[in-house]
Design a protein around this ligand. Structure first.
Ligand code: ZN
Length: 336
Protein backbone atom coordinates (compact mmCIF):
# COMPACT_ATOMS: atom_id res chain seq x y z
CA UNK A 1 0.00 0.00 0.00
CA UNK A 2 1.25 3.43 -0.92
CA UNK A 3 1.38 6.09 1.70
CA UNK A 4 0.52 9.67 1.07
CA UNK A 5 1.24 12.85 2.88
CA UNK A 6 4.63 11.80 4.20
CA UNK A 7 6.63 12.85 1.21
CA UNK A 8 6.40 16.57 0.42
CA UNK A 9 7.12 15.83 -3.24
CA UNK A 10 3.75 14.15 -3.52
CA UNK A 11 1.91 17.31 -2.54
CA UNK A 12 4.12 19.13 -4.95
CA UNK A 13 3.04 16.83 -7.73
CA UNK A 14 -0.60 17.10 -6.86
CA UNK A 15 -0.81 20.86 -7.25
CA UNK A 16 0.81 20.67 -10.68
CA UNK A 17 -1.37 18.12 -12.41
CA UNK A 18 0.36 18.37 -15.77
CA UNK A 19 3.71 17.44 -14.43
CA UNK A 20 5.16 14.39 -16.06
CA UNK A 21 4.75 11.24 -14.07
CA UNK A 22 1.70 12.42 -12.20
CA UNK A 23 -0.77 9.70 -11.45
CA UNK A 24 -4.33 10.02 -10.26
CA UNK A 25 -4.46 9.87 -6.47
CA UNK A 26 -8.18 9.83 -6.11
CA UNK A 27 -8.50 6.28 -4.87
CA UNK A 28 -6.82 6.63 -1.53
CA UNK A 29 -5.99 10.23 -1.01
CA UNK A 30 -9.47 11.66 -0.47
CA UNK A 31 -10.09 9.20 2.32
CA UNK A 32 -7.25 10.74 4.29
CA UNK A 33 -8.06 14.30 3.42
CA UNK A 34 -11.71 13.87 4.34
CA UNK A 35 -10.96 12.35 7.72
CA UNK A 36 -12.88 14.07 10.48
CA UNK A 37 -11.92 14.15 14.11
CA UNK A 38 -13.53 11.72 16.47
CA UNK A 39 -13.20 11.29 20.22
CA UNK A 40 -13.10 7.72 21.48
CA UNK A 41 -15.86 7.04 24.01
CA UNK A 42 -15.46 3.33 24.47
CA UNK A 43 -13.81 0.31 22.90
CA UNK A 44 -15.24 -3.15 22.92
CA UNK A 45 -13.69 -6.11 21.13
CA UNK A 46 -12.36 -4.08 18.23
CA UNK A 47 -15.46 -1.94 17.91
CA UNK A 48 -14.62 1.67 18.71
CA UNK A 49 -17.43 4.05 19.63
CA UNK A 50 -16.48 7.61 18.71
CA UNK A 51 -18.12 10.94 19.15
CA UNK A 52 -18.08 12.72 15.78
CA UNK A 53 -19.58 16.18 16.05
CA UNK A 54 -22.69 15.24 18.01
CA UNK A 55 -23.15 11.76 16.70
CA UNK A 56 -22.04 8.43 17.99
CA UNK A 57 -20.22 6.55 15.26
CA UNK A 58 -19.02 2.98 15.45
CA UNK A 59 -15.68 2.38 13.80
CA UNK A 60 -12.89 -0.10 13.55
CA UNK A 61 -9.18 0.37 13.23
CA UNK A 62 -7.94 0.62 9.65
CA UNK A 63 -5.40 -2.01 8.75
CA UNK A 64 -2.77 0.64 8.17
CA UNK A 65 -2.70 1.44 11.88
CA UNK A 66 -1.10 -1.92 12.42
CA UNK A 67 -0.64 -2.74 16.06
CA UNK A 68 -1.15 0.78 17.24
CA UNK A 69 -3.85 0.75 19.89
CA UNK A 70 -6.94 2.90 20.01
CA UNK A 71 -8.14 3.60 23.55
CA UNK A 72 -10.73 5.69 25.33
CA UNK A 73 -9.79 9.36 25.23
CA UNK A 74 -7.95 9.11 21.94
CA UNK A 75 -8.52 11.77 19.30
CA UNK A 76 -8.71 9.99 16.00
CA UNK A 77 -9.07 10.69 12.29
CA UNK A 78 -12.06 8.78 10.98
CA UNK A 79 -13.40 8.12 7.47
CA UNK A 80 -16.21 6.18 5.85
CA UNK A 81 -19.85 6.12 6.84
CA UNK A 82 -20.12 8.73 9.57
CA UNK A 83 -23.91 8.81 9.70
CA UNK A 84 -24.01 6.94 12.95
CA UNK A 85 -26.82 4.83 11.54
CA UNK A 86 -27.36 1.34 12.78
CA UNK A 87 -25.09 -1.31 11.26
CA UNK A 88 -22.68 1.24 9.78
CA UNK A 89 -18.99 0.94 10.39
CA UNK A 90 -16.46 3.72 9.85
CA UNK A 91 -12.67 3.40 9.80
CA UNK A 92 -10.10 4.99 12.07
CA UNK A 93 -7.05 5.90 10.03
CA UNK A 94 -5.12 8.09 12.45
CA UNK A 95 -4.54 8.45 16.15
CA UNK A 96 -3.43 11.89 17.23
CA UNK A 97 -0.35 12.04 19.42
CA UNK A 98 -1.39 11.50 23.01
CA UNK A 99 -0.90 14.15 25.66
CA UNK A 100 -0.83 11.50 28.37
CA UNK A 101 -1.21 7.77 28.74
CA UNK A 102 -2.49 6.13 31.88
CA UNK A 103 -1.06 2.62 31.81
CA UNK A 104 -1.21 -0.47 33.82
CA UNK A 105 0.44 -3.82 33.75
CA UNK A 106 -1.84 -6.71 34.43
CA UNK A 107 0.41 -7.82 37.25
CA UNK A 108 3.77 -6.66 38.56
CA UNK A 109 5.35 -9.83 37.18
CA UNK A 110 3.70 -9.38 33.83
CA UNK A 111 5.55 -6.91 31.67
CA UNK A 112 2.66 -6.67 29.22
CA UNK A 113 1.62 -3.09 29.43
CA UNK A 114 -1.65 -1.62 28.36
CA UNK A 115 -2.83 1.92 27.94
CA UNK A 116 -6.03 2.32 29.91
CA UNK A 117 -6.91 5.90 29.04
CA UNK A 118 -5.36 8.44 26.70
CA UNK A 119 -5.23 12.20 27.12
CA UNK A 120 -6.54 12.36 30.68
CA UNK A 121 -4.99 15.03 32.87
CA UNK A 122 -6.54 14.11 36.21
CA UNK A 123 -7.08 10.90 38.16
CA UNK A 124 -9.91 10.93 40.70
CA UNK A 125 -9.32 8.22 43.27
CA UNK A 126 -12.61 7.46 45.02
CA UNK A 127 -12.24 5.76 48.39
CA UNK A 128 -14.72 5.08 51.15
CA UNK A 129 -13.60 5.87 54.70
CA UNK A 130 -15.44 2.73 55.85
CA UNK A 131 -17.57 -0.06 54.38
CA UNK A 132 -15.40 -1.00 52.54
CA UNK A 133 -12.33 -0.07 54.58
CA UNK A 134 -9.90 2.27 52.86
CA UNK A 135 -6.85 0.56 51.41
CA UNK A 136 -3.95 3.02 51.53
CA UNK A 137 -1.69 0.76 49.54
CA UNK A 138 -4.21 0.73 46.75
CA UNK A 139 -4.40 4.52 46.91
CA UNK A 140 -0.61 4.62 46.78
CA UNK A 141 -0.60 2.44 43.70
CA UNK A 142 -3.10 4.71 41.98
CA UNK A 143 -0.95 7.70 42.90
CA UNK A 144 2.16 6.12 41.44
CA UNK A 145 0.29 5.32 38.23
CA UNK A 146 -0.99 8.91 38.09
CA UNK A 147 2.43 10.46 38.71
CA UNK A 148 4.05 8.14 36.21
CA UNK A 149 1.50 9.23 33.60
CA UNK A 150 1.76 12.91 34.49
CA UNK A 151 -1.84 13.08 35.76
CA UNK A 152 -2.81 15.20 38.75
CA UNK A 153 -4.46 13.09 41.43
CA UNK A 154 -7.66 14.08 43.20
CA UNK A 155 -8.68 12.19 46.31
CA UNK A 156 -12.42 11.77 46.81
CA UNK A 157 -13.23 10.34 50.21
CA UNK A 158 -16.77 9.10 50.77
CA UNK A 159 -18.90 7.89 53.72
CA UNK A 160 -17.41 10.38 56.18
CA UNK A 161 -20.49 9.76 58.34
CA UNK A 162 -19.15 6.28 59.07
CA UNK A 163 -15.53 7.15 59.91
CA UNK A 164 -13.27 10.15 60.25
CA UNK A 165 -11.04 11.15 57.36
CA UNK A 166 -8.27 12.48 59.61
CA UNK A 167 -6.09 9.40 59.82
CA UNK A 168 -6.09 8.92 56.07
CA UNK A 169 -5.53 12.58 55.41
CA UNK A 170 -2.50 12.59 57.73
CA UNK A 171 -0.98 10.14 55.26
CA UNK A 172 -1.83 12.10 52.13
CA UNK A 173 -1.54 15.74 53.20
CA UNK A 174 2.26 15.75 52.77
CA UNK A 175 1.72 14.87 49.12
CA UNK A 176 -0.30 18.04 48.62
CA UNK A 177 -3.08 16.17 46.85
CA UNK A 178 -6.38 18.04 46.56
CA UNK A 179 -9.04 16.09 48.44
CA UNK A 180 -12.76 16.13 49.11
CA UNK A 181 -14.57 14.58 52.03
CA UNK A 182 -18.22 13.66 51.57
CA UNK A 183 -20.90 11.82 53.50
CA UNK A 184 -23.41 9.31 52.22
CA UNK A 185 -26.15 11.89 52.62
CA UNK A 186 -24.18 14.38 50.51
CA UNK A 187 -23.66 11.72 47.88
CA UNK A 188 -27.39 11.01 47.69
CA UNK A 189 -28.50 14.65 47.80
CA UNK A 190 -26.11 15.73 45.09
CA UNK A 191 -24.08 18.02 47.37
CA UNK A 192 -21.07 15.78 46.86
CA UNK A 193 -21.51 16.02 43.11
CA UNK A 194 -21.28 19.80 43.25
CA UNK A 195 -18.11 19.59 45.35
CA UNK A 196 -16.47 17.21 42.90
CA UNK A 197 -17.67 19.08 39.83
CA UNK A 198 -15.65 22.15 40.82
CA UNK A 199 -12.50 20.14 40.20
CA UNK A 200 -13.54 18.72 36.84
CA UNK A 201 -14.26 21.67 34.58
CA UNK A 202 -11.88 21.81 31.62
CA UNK A 203 -10.30 18.54 32.68
CA UNK A 204 -10.35 15.02 31.37
CA UNK A 205 -10.69 13.09 34.58
CA UNK A 206 -10.39 9.34 34.90
CA UNK A 207 -12.24 7.87 37.89
CA UNK A 208 -10.98 4.84 39.75
CA UNK A 209 -12.45 3.17 42.79
CA UNK A 210 -13.63 -0.16 44.12
CA UNK A 211 -17.26 -1.14 44.07
CA UNK A 212 -19.23 0.12 47.02
CA UNK A 213 -17.34 3.39 47.42
CA UNK A 214 -19.93 5.49 45.59
CA UNK A 215 -18.02 6.01 42.37
CA UNK A 216 -20.87 4.93 40.11
CA UNK A 217 -23.38 7.14 41.93
CA UNK A 218 -20.98 10.04 41.57
CA UNK A 219 -20.23 9.45 37.90
CA UNK A 220 -23.92 9.07 37.05
CA UNK A 221 -24.68 12.38 38.75
CA UNK A 222 -21.86 14.18 36.93
CA UNK A 223 -22.96 13.41 33.40
CA UNK A 224 -26.17 14.43 31.65
CA UNK A 225 -29.12 12.14 32.18
CA UNK A 226 -29.75 11.75 28.46
CA UNK A 227 -26.19 10.49 28.12
CA UNK A 228 -27.38 7.22 29.52
CA UNK A 229 -29.53 6.77 26.48
CA UNK A 230 -26.39 7.12 24.42
CA UNK A 231 -24.76 4.58 26.65
CA UNK A 232 -27.73 2.34 26.03
CA UNK A 233 -27.08 2.81 22.35
CA UNK A 234 -23.47 1.83 22.82
CA UNK A 235 -24.55 -1.29 24.55
CA UNK A 236 -27.08 -2.12 21.88
CA UNK A 237 -24.34 -1.88 19.31
CA UNK A 238 -21.66 -3.74 21.20
CA UNK A 239 -24.07 -6.35 22.41
CA UNK A 240 -22.77 -5.96 25.92
CA UNK A 241 -25.07 -5.71 28.86
CA UNK A 242 -24.54 -3.03 31.45
CA UNK A 243 -21.39 -1.09 30.73
CA UNK A 244 -20.75 -0.52 34.39
CA UNK A 245 -18.85 -3.67 35.09
CA UNK A 246 -16.89 -4.11 31.91
CA UNK A 247 -15.55 -1.25 29.89
CA UNK A 248 -13.85 2.08 30.20
CA UNK A 249 -16.28 4.78 29.13
CA UNK A 250 -15.86 8.50 28.45
CA UNK A 251 -18.85 10.67 29.34
CA UNK A 252 -19.30 14.41 28.97
CA UNK A 253 -19.37 16.47 32.15
CA UNK A 254 -22.82 17.99 32.42
CA UNK A 255 -23.02 21.75 32.78
CA UNK A 256 -19.36 22.25 32.05
CA UNK A 257 -16.53 21.51 29.73
CA UNK A 258 -14.80 18.34 30.56
CA UNK A 259 -14.87 14.60 30.34
CA UNK A 260 -15.52 12.02 33.00
CA UNK A 261 -13.89 8.70 32.22
CA UNK A 262 -15.28 5.81 34.18
CA UNK A 263 -12.85 2.94 34.53
CA UNK A 264 -14.94 0.18 36.04
CA UNK A 265 -12.62 -2.60 34.98
CA UNK A 266 -9.54 -1.01 36.46
CA UNK A 267 -9.59 -2.28 39.97
CA UNK A 268 -5.87 -2.42 40.31
CA UNK A 269 -2.79 -0.97 38.80
CA UNK A 270 0.07 -3.26 37.96
CA UNK A 271 3.11 -1.02 38.13
CA UNK A 272 5.76 -3.04 36.38
CA UNK A 273 6.20 -0.31 33.77
CA UNK A 274 6.72 2.57 36.19
CA UNK A 275 9.92 4.56 35.93
CA UNK A 276 10.94 6.16 39.28
CA UNK A 277 12.42 9.11 37.42
CA UNK A 278 8.95 9.96 36.09
CA UNK A 279 7.35 9.57 39.49
CA UNK A 280 9.86 11.90 41.07
CA UNK A 281 8.81 14.66 38.69
CA UNK A 282 5.71 14.94 40.85
CA UNK A 283 8.03 15.94 43.70
CA UNK A 284 9.61 19.15 42.48
CA UNK A 285 11.01 19.86 45.95
CA UNK A 286 12.94 16.58 45.94
CA UNK A 287 13.76 16.19 42.27
CA UNK A 288 16.77 18.58 42.22
CA UNK A 289 18.25 16.58 45.11
CA UNK A 290 18.55 13.51 42.92
CA UNK A 291 21.33 15.17 40.90
CA UNK A 292 23.90 13.69 43.27
CA UNK A 293 22.33 10.23 43.40
CA UNK A 294 24.33 7.32 42.02
CA UNK A 295 23.32 6.28 38.53
CA UNK A 296 20.10 4.25 38.52
CA UNK A 297 19.41 5.13 42.13
CA UNK A 298 16.20 3.63 43.45
CA UNK A 299 16.17 6.42 46.07
CA UNK A 300 15.92 3.78 48.74
CA UNK A 301 19.57 2.87 49.05
CA UNK A 302 22.27 4.10 51.45
CA UNK A 303 24.00 6.21 48.78
CA UNK A 304 20.82 8.04 47.84
CA UNK A 305 21.50 11.77 47.86
CA UNK A 306 17.99 12.59 48.98
CA UNK A 307 18.84 11.91 52.65
CA UNK A 308 21.45 14.65 52.50
CA UNK A 309 19.07 16.90 50.56
CA UNK A 310 16.49 16.62 53.30
CA UNK A 311 19.06 16.86 56.12
CA UNK A 312 20.30 20.10 54.60
CA UNK A 313 16.78 21.48 54.88
CA UNK A 314 15.93 21.64 51.18
CA UNK A 315 12.75 19.63 51.66
CA UNK A 316 10.52 18.25 54.38
CA UNK A 317 11.60 14.74 55.49
CA UNK A 318 7.97 13.63 55.48
CA UNK A 319 7.91 14.25 51.72
CA UNK A 320 10.85 11.92 51.24
CA UNK A 321 9.10 9.32 53.38
CA UNK A 322 6.03 9.64 51.19
CA UNK A 323 8.02 9.33 47.99
CA UNK A 324 9.78 6.22 49.30
CA UNK A 325 6.52 4.69 50.41
CA UNK A 326 5.05 5.25 46.96
CA UNK A 327 8.08 3.88 45.13
CA UNK A 328 8.02 0.83 47.38
CA UNK A 329 4.48 -0.01 46.26
CA UNK A 330 5.98 -1.10 42.98
CA UNK A 331 7.61 -3.99 44.78
CA UNK A 332 4.54 -5.07 46.68
CA UNK A 333 1.79 -7.37 45.69
CA UNK A 334 -1.69 -6.01 45.38
CA UNK A 335 -4.56 -6.81 47.58
CA UNK A 336 -3.09 -5.90 50.94
ZN1 ZN B 1 18.48 8.52 45.10
Amino acid sequence: MRRYGKNPDEDDIRIRPNRKGNRPRTHTRPAHEDAVEGFVLTVDRGRVTCLVEHRTVIAMKARELGRKSVVVGDRVGIVGDLSGDKDTLARIIRVKPRVSVLRRTADDDDPYERVVVANADQLAIVTALADPEPRPRMIDRCLVAAYDAGLSPLLVLTKSDLASAEQLLDTYRPLGIPYLVTSREELQSGAATELVRKHLDDHVTAFVGHSGVGKTTLVNALVPEDQWRTTGHVNAVTGRGRHTTTSVLALPLSGGHGWVIDTPGVRSFGLHHVDPSRVILAFPDLEPGTADCPRGCTHDEPECALDRWVADGHADPIRLDSLRRLLATRERREGD
